[in-house]
Design a protein around this ligand. Sequence first.
Ligand SMILES: NC(=O)c1ccc[n+]([C@@H]2O[C@H](COP(=O)([O-])OP(=O)(O)OC[C@H]3O[C@@H](n4cnc5c(N)ncnc54)[C@H](O)[C@@H]3O)[C@@H](O)[C@H]2O)c1
Ligand SMILES: CC(C)[C@H](C(=O)O)[C@@H](O)C(=O)O
Ligand SMILES: [Mg+2]
Length: 355
Amino acid sequence: MTGKIVLLPGDGIGAEVIYAAKDVLEAISKKYHHSFEFSSYDIGGVAIDNHGTPLPDETVTACMQADAVLLGAVGGPKWDNNPSDLRPERGLLGIRKALDLYANLRPVKGFANLLHASPLKEDIIKDSDLLIVRELTGGLYFGQPSKRIDNGNAVVDTLAYTKKEMERIIDKAFQSAELRNNHLTSVDKANVLESSKLWREIVEEKKKDYPNVTVDHVLVDAAAMKLITNPTQFDVMVTENMFGDILSDEASVLTGSLGMLPSASLAEDGVGLYEPAHGSAPDIAGKGIANPIAMILSAAMMLRYSFNMNTEAEAIEKAVESVLNQHYHTADLKNDNGKLVNTKEMTQLIVNAIS
Ligand SMILES: NC(=O)c1ccc[n+]([C@@H]2O[C@H](COP(=O)([O-])OP(=O)(O)OC[C@H]3O[C@@H](n4cnc5c(N)ncnc54)[C@H](O)[C@@H]3O)[C@@H](O)[C@H]2O)c1
Ligand SMILES: CC(C)[C@H](C(=O)O)[C@@H](O)C(=O)O
Ligand SMILES: [Mg+2]
């Protein structure tokens, strides 16, 4: 099979880890006789520097014409003081909106050999395996107005959702639960927010369509606590954009590092974009020590969701597991008795395990 894959390296470690994923995909295409065609486009800070905008038109066009998109990460101190419309993050939000990537799936599954790498107790995180379904194109990130008012003495951000936007992500979450363990936890702030009240009503309405799925409602503050005190109670968690952003970074602690958390950003019908949950990590950028596994596992999700290549996706996941089982680790994964490797070495080990 052939496939056109657009790479959006972005900034900081984004540009370092995306080539790790490309190497792994090349190993897969060799082994399974596929031919992937890669092309790279600018997004984020690098696009501001090269084109004067965080999301050049040619990047959007290339993504729309691709079979799938891989994104590294955007952002960095160089652009932190730019005006809002010239921030790297605007490029990321823009491509999510342009491709209508409303469903962000963030699986959180610890590898057995990394239990020690988490600051949480092993008996708490053992067997945790959950999926965060995060709404990605609505809510506070996109609501208008979002601006300073009253001569800069006040500010307004807007949390807006249509019923349809809520319905489609909630449907996606129910469907995801049906493919897993039939348990959905809806996370909201229905004790305060009007948007959460409507969200909860929709979940209640929809559950009639999915009779095999058990539904819980948990307020977001309690969910944050339960996620790290009793994570095995969760199967699928569904929530709005910003709650999902925060909870997924928190959930990464179960896996030992933010550098382990992949994600798939999916449209109803159209090209998918695959991105690690982490950012451009300015504190380690340029050192060659970033953990490439979140990016590599995102490439596995791409094979599964955009190319229907389950065997190949599993081959990547098994390769990652086998390398971790041999006690190799990057600097973010604490292991006093392990073998410390850098980004390139970790990538090569995974490539070797596939070949
Ligand atoms: N999807 C994205 O493009 C994305 C996501 C989050 C943050 N950001 C941007 O990234 C920049 C930095 O944000 P931040 O520092 O809050 O978050 P971050 O995710 O970049 O880093 C948080 C911490 O985790 C570590 N880390 C993250 N990924 C790692 C990896 N693969 N290997 C090893 N360590 C890793 C970093 O070194 C840092 O200590 C900001 O400009 C932010 O807007 C972008
Ligand atoms: C960089 C930022 C806009 C982004 C988000 O909040 O969605 C990031 O934190 C993520 O989790 O993908
Ligand atoms: Mg985030």
